[in-house]
Design a protein around this ligand. Sequence first.
Ligand code: ADP
Ligand code: MG
Length: 246
Amino acid sequence: MAVVDPLIELRGVNKHYGALHVLQDIHLTVGRGEVVVVIGPSGSGKSTLCRAMNRLEAVESGEIRIDGQPLPEEGKALAKLRAEVGMVFQSFNLFAHKTVLANVSLAQVKVRKRGKDEADRRSRELLDRVGLAAHADKFPAQLSGGQQQRVAIARALAMDPKALLFDEPTSALDPEMINEVLEVMRQLAQEGMTMVVVTHEMGFARSAANRVVFMADGRIVEDREPEAFFTTPNSDRAKDFLSKIL
Ligand code: ADP
Ligand code: MG
């Protein structure tokens, strides 16, 4: 689909794990302010695609650009890129021995070179935004899964990212906690954050996504507006997938 103001661009991207061709000639453009939901069967390459976008995984061929710039390969430039294209994982990945506030402040000091007071001030603002102002001084284990995931989102936001990648952010959560996380993500989408979201939450895809990308066997099989995709999937793979989950 034509994108007006590209922020994330993948052109002819390929990657193998041994004999497995996990990303096959991927072409994908995510526009500034767009929300792209990536769905597809387990093992289709969704996580690898996400991780390629901030170089948690290197690719073998093709081009990946963020805001017009090729991905840096290492060093400070790569650390900065990973701050600008933040990632939220299924498993939260918070530091267990640090407070919620410290979890959100740490990379601000290390990567963004903010003073501690400034970082803490920003952290408290963001914790308030995700509904956790009262929990700043607790440790992760004292929070529910949904609260921990909201801390992880605040931590990513603290880097002032250009885009956020979410890899199944609600898959590890008990059902009653899923909505509080999706609600924060909906809010971010409304505020214009560029987001790539791997999820099985089809309600979120329908209501918040500008586009749905359907992957199977390392390929992008469909890249369409959500309503069109869900009501009239073009491919047999997508029809089959949707018949199993809807
Ligand atoms: P998805 O997120 O859609 O479930 P992944 O991107 O995690 O898919 O994985 C795609 C395929 O690549 C799977 O078959 C998986 O087993 C394989 N794979 C993922 N990571 C690795 C790795 N580090 N080494 C070898 N194979 C991997
Ligand atoms: Mg995955």
